[in-house]
Design a protein around this ligand. Structure first.
Ligand SMILES: [Zn+2]
Length: 179
């Protein structure tokens, strides 16, 4: 189900042969149906034209940029349909980085495994990460000299060259861990 605030992904599918001949023949379709559209659908009659292409799209939360095949658009639309609004923007960032690594039917599961949340900054994430992975004793020391003066920005560098990745987004970063 799509929440009311979320735009349902739509694609404008065009005929490549017509396009190359200077004609724009195409129409808008629901994203998850993109793979089922046939050349005959677009032309309103049988045609020898075979190749269709997504030339424009809307509502993909940034997961698609530019043109792509209708099958690819349908796979991305199906993945987005499984996600909450909050997840969509993070998924788009993840998708740009890692989508090619996994099969489409594993995208959502792998995204949820890799995603480590939205944070103000890498330094902020480093401190939270330490607090989550340290013992109570270690955490208590954060308030004692000299530990209260840790350079978290520098500490973050270590994390973010060791498997963690961040993608900037409005007001902060999405953090991923890809094993
Ligand atoms: Zn055509």
């Amino acid at each position: 189900m799509y929440a009311s605030t979320q735009v349902q992904p739509r694609v404008w599918i065009g005929c490549l042969a017509c396009y190359n001949g200077g004609d724009l023949v195409g129409d808008w379709y629901d994203g998850d149906m993109a793979g089922l559209v046939t050349p005959a659908d677009l032309h309103g009659r049988t045609t020898s034209h075979e190749e269709l292409w997504v030339m424009d799209h809307d509502g993909f939360s940034g997961a698609l940029d530019g043109e792509c095949s209708p099958d690819h658009a349908a796979e991305v639309a199906e993945a987005l349909a499984e996600l909450t609004d909050d997840e969509s923007s993070a998924f788009a960032a993840w998708f740009q980085l890692y989508a090619e690594r996994d099969e489409p039917d594993g995208w959502v599961e792998q995204f949820r495994e890799d995603y480590r949340g939205f944070h103000d900054s890498e330094a902020d994430f480093a401190r939270e990460w330490f607090e989550e992975t340290s013992s109570e004793e270690e955490r208590a020391r954060l308030n004692q000299w000299p530990f209260y003066d840790i350079d978290w920005e520098r500490a973050a560098q270590e994390l973010f060259t060791g498997g963690f990745t961040s993608e900037e987004t409005l007001g902060g970063i999405h953090v991923f861990y890809a094993a």
